[in-house]
Design a protein around this ligand. Structure first.
Ligand code: IVH
Length: 693
């Protein structure tokens, strides 16, 4: 019954995952998928005795902090020798040819994926372990994180003839679309952007929280199957193959291995091709040099591998890499053009970005006139002079960048480019904050791009969520002199917005209504919305809970602020400076007058909710922020039940430091989640916010 249903649902959901993430051919609606997933989650919750770490429900990850275990690779993870020219490819071809003493051979050409390598071990069709490359000898056990990657099968396809135990290696990547979306979100939160999808994938996979990994939508391509020679197929498959006299899995070539792996359920290299001569290889390279731009993930070259495993063995390895393979790296596209001027952009936080303005030049299919110089340090290193011939590249990054100067072409009287010391928009002397690469314009209340930026931030989804306004409308209002700061938004009338134009009355009414609706946005989001430098969403929440009203936040001292977890001196000073500025104080006063929420709600103060209803929680260890008794009452006030011993019924363990080893072992054995103190407080905090909004 239940057990059979669980098994059936797991199987079905694995298949749908495969159809969607590997084949790109879903056969079920998202809604139906979610319904089945929910049914499985409910059944699994009722039957913890049938827990399976490879159940499709485990793809969502957990918010448990995990320290990665170090694992020694069974076979070291080698790297490949790189080449950058087709001449070197020809040399490689010749080396293979002479190494094989005239034997015929094939070369498999495939994409070189630009992510981070991973080694996966499967036993009896189940994903057992996922380990990063590390130093090639030892890597991190990131199995929990890897389980959340939908294109990696947790269970292999039944009856597909996989071996009892094997290892397969490949690359974990963040697809371009996920990367761009992630950076957009980070930009909105004023967090540093990832330079390229590889860094983003690597940062994500190393995250301590698999839940975060699950949300980042990683992908994986597998390109290297390691089989013990002529390994036995798993017992269940023996019968299946007995009739065909093929009860031993015998794979002789790299290519066949990957085709097999595809049958077992893996996503393998796109456009893999067996080449029989050098020309075919060069054609493949040239074709993919442009075609790769249409792939969903980043690639940085072509890998060439001798196909026959026996020939691979014959050729062997150098100390670092196989002699039977080589990586041809695509050249980052580069152009040379004249630098005419350096201009400076002021971001909404006041950060100054130098921009090179150049003679137009064709690069990777687009005409480039401007390129980022990032910051003063990068600019200084390039030692730019006006009129210099500069090299511009478009690599993994999307925005072109200046990578060098052809000094030989510099005129003797060329003027060096010096970084500005005043804001190009408002003339205020620039400042530099401790530990920051950028210079800033500190005039955050009087510098036009900063004012507009602040208003855009104020209306954004996670702040006041005034979604019927956008950057263009804000710019329009500002140009027309209707708004000078965020408080002005609350004075706008339909007539003003529409400029008494009847055709614009409907949208103007919508805008006014949306502005009014924002009055009910809870306090912590108001704290975020007012745009204190360095105060992101999480810090805003923490500050709101600690100080409970705008008034006490306004009067907080640096040392009081620093008592809040995660608030260091830089943030604390920024808060104090913000409120010390009379312009900001006046804006806050007006916002209060217009009716914005200026204090935390009663329920939040009392920390009461029913969010822990139905949950049985065990407290263990020594705590830092509250006493055990305080935690016990918090659990009860939020509808949860305290229990002294761990059992199947335990929903989670609230763990402080030095949790007893026997408890830890029992928790691991029963698969009970362990939640640390800070995280528990954050959960209470967040859910209280959620129930509010
Ligand atoms: S084969 C022993 N194939 O490139 C050979 N590697 O320096 C094992 N890579 O660390 C690697 N795409 O992370 C192979 N199609 C591909 C690849 C590939 C990307 C990465 C891999 C490796 C590095 C080689």
């Amino acid at each position: 019954m239940d057990e059979e249903r669980i098994e059936a649902l797991r199987k079905e959901l694995h298949q749908h995952n495969y159809n969607y993430y590997v084949l790109n051919e879903p056969t079920i609606s998202d809604y139906d998928f979610d319904m089945k997933m929910r049914e499985l989650q409910e059944l699994e919750a009722m039957h913890p005795e049938w827990f399976d770490p490879n159940s499709p429900t485990q793809r969502v990850g957990s918010d448990l902090n995990q320290a990665f275990k170090q694992v020694t690779h069974k076979y070291p993870m080698l790297s490949l020798a790189n080449t950058y020219s087709t001449e070197e490819v020809a040399d490689f071809y010749q080396r293979v040819k002479s190494g094989l003493e005239g034997e015929d051979f094939e070369i498999v050409a495939e994409m070189k994926y630009d992510g981070l390598s991973i080694s996966l071990t499967y036993i009896d069709g189940n994903l057992k372990q996922a380990v990063t490359r590390g130093d090639g000898v030892q890597g991190d056990d990131v199995t929990a994180n890897v389980r959340t990657i939908r294109s990696i099968p947790l269970k292999l396809k039944e009856g597909s003839g996989y071996p009892h135990e094997f290892e397969i290696r490949g690359e974990i990547l963040m697809p371009w679309t996920s990367f761009e979306a992630l950076n957009r979100e980070r930009e909105a939160r004023e967090e540093t952007l990832f330079a390229n999808p590889r860094n983003a994938a690597s940062g994500t996979l190393k995250s301590q929280k698999s839940e975060l990994v699950a949300s980042r939508k990683l992908d994986a391509y597998l390109y290297y199957l390691l089989l013990p020679e002529n390994s036995n197929t798993q017992p269940a498959q023996m019968d299946l193959f007995a009739e065909t006299e093929n009860n031993r899995l015998s794979i002789n070539t790299h290519y066949d291995g990957l085709i097999m792996a595809r049958k077992w359920g893996f996503k393998i290299s796109e456009g893999m091709k067996k080449c029989h001569n050098l020309k075919e290889i060069i054609d493949f390279i040239n074709y993919w040099d442009t075609e790769r731009k249409n792939l969903p993930v980043a690639t940085d070259g072509i890998v060439l591998k001798v196909n026959s495993l026996q020939q691979q063995n014959h050729l062997g390895y150098t100390a670092k890499s196989p002699r039977w393979a080589i990586a041809y790296k695509f050249k980052a596209e580069r152009a040379c053009t004249r630098l005419n001027e350096v201009t400076y952009q002021v971001g909404r936080t006041g950060a100054i970005t130098p921009v090179a303005n150049m003679d137009p030049v064709q690069l990777a299919g687009t005409t480039v006139r401007r390129a980022s110089l990032h910051n003063a340090g990068v600019m200084k290193e390039l030692d730019l002079h006006i009129g210099d011939m500069v090299y511009v590249e478009k690599g993994g990054e999307i925005i072109p960048k200046v990578v060098g100067v052809d000094i030989a072409q510099r005129k003797h009287d060329a003027q060096p480019v010096l970084f500005i010391d005043k804001c190009p928009e408002c003339g205020t002397p620039l400042v530099r904050y401790d530990g920051e690469a950028a210079f800033y314009c500190p005039n955050d209340t009087g510098c036009p791009p900063q004012i507009k930026g602040k208003i855009e931030h104020f209306i954004s989804r996670k702040a006041m969520n005034i979604d019927s306004l956008g950057p263009e409308t804000i710019d329009d209002f500002y140009q027309r002199g209707l708004i000078h700061d965020v408080a002005d938004l609350y004075t706008l009338s339909v007539a003003q917005i529409s400029n008494n134009n009847k055709n614009r009355a409907v949208s103007a009414t919508k805008a006014v209504e949306a502005i009014r609706a924002s009055l009910s946005v809870p306090f912590e989001r108001v704290v975020y919305a007012i745009g204190i430098r360095f105060v992101g969403e999480t810090t805003a929440k923490l500050l709101a809970r600690k100080f409970t009203s705008m008034e006490s936040l306004q009067n907080a001292t640096v040392s009081q602020l620093m008592q809040v977890d995660g608030v260091g001196e830089v943030i604390a000073r920024s808060v104090v400076d913000f409120f010390a500025n009379p312009v900001n104080r006046e804006i806050i006063e007006r916002l209060r007058l217009y009716g914005l929420t200026m204090k935390i709600s009663e329920e939040q103060i009392n920390n009461k909710s029913d969010m822990l209803a139905g949950q049985t929680i065990v407290i263990s260890g020594v705590f830092r922020h509250h006493s055990r008794d305080e935690y016990k009452s918090m659990i009860e006030e939020n509808g949860g039940k305290n229990s002294a011993s761990i059992s199947y019924k335990t929903s989670f363990i609230l763990a402080g430091e030095n949790m007893g080893p026997s408890k830890l072992e029992k928790a691991n054995h029963l698969g009970v989640r362990i939640i640390e103190e800070e995280e528990f407080l954050e959960i209470l905090n967040q859910r209280n916010v959620n129930t509010e909004s």
